[in-house]
Design a protein around this ligand. Structure first.
Ligand code: NAP
Length: 173
């Protein structure tokens, strides 16, 4: 079966939060606590399939029980609990497409973003206006190939130590 034809009618969107220096994680976690961004992630992805790597699933699994999660792993007998376990990114994409999904969200981590950026139609990037130390990075984006279609600023406040912007980019195919 041809993956490109299966994708007809289904957009692939990457959703990620990152620092100015593209850091997305440190020692398996996100090095910030921004509750409104977490809520933004939950709201955007609610009702859609969300594809993530096994390591990210480990971090997110408690809060994603109401989501349709696809976990990617090479492990033959991985227990995904409530999530669907797939053995490749392609298998996850096909599964979502066959289920009639209109927008598949890819929620990381670094390994999975790197392998899906070239397939993406849309990027939901929360740009946190701070340089973080970390060991996981979002891949380089050639922004000349993307159109910024939305930007919403969030100020610092008592619950949010850093200011940030919610950016949405659409690919110029
Ligand atoms: N800021 C954000 O928005 C955000 C979002 C998500 C994650 N993160 C951060 O990113 C970091 C985790 O990223 P990561 O790169 O270490 O791990 P990851 O991408 O979450 O998961 C990597 C795992 O996915 C599986 N995998 C990857 N590619 C595969 C393929 N092609 N086929 C089958 N399985 C595949 C492998 O699992 P097995 O080893 O089981 O085979 C691999 O070890 C954490 O720090 C996390 O907090 C940040």
């Amino acid at each position: 079966m041809n993956m490109q034809s299966l994708r007809t009618g289904m957009d692939i969107s990457l959703i990620a939060a990152m620092g100015n220096n593209m850091v997305i994680g440190k020692e398996g976690k996100m090095p910030w606590h921004l509750p409104d961004d977490l809520q933004y992630f939950m709201d955007k992805t609610q009702g859609h399939y969300v594809l993530m790597g096994r390591k990210t699933f480990h971090t997110y699994k408690k809060i994603m029980k109401d989501h349709k999660v696809l976990v990617v792993t090479n492990q033959k007998h991985f227990d995904g609990e409530y999530a669907d376990v797939v053995s490749s990114i392609e298998e996850g994409i096909v599964k979502a497409a066959l289920a009639g999904e209109s927008e598949l969200f890819v929620s990381g981590g670094a390994e999975i973003y790197a392998q899906t950026l070239d397939l993406a139609d849309r990027l939901y990037l929360t740009m946190i206006r701070h340089d973080f130390e970390g060991d996981a990075f979002f891949p380089d984006v050639e922004f000349s190939k993307w159109e910024l279609v939305s930007i919403v600023h969030h100020n610092k406040d008592e619950k949010h130590e850093f200011e940030f912007d919610y950016l949405i980019y659409e690919r110029i195919w």
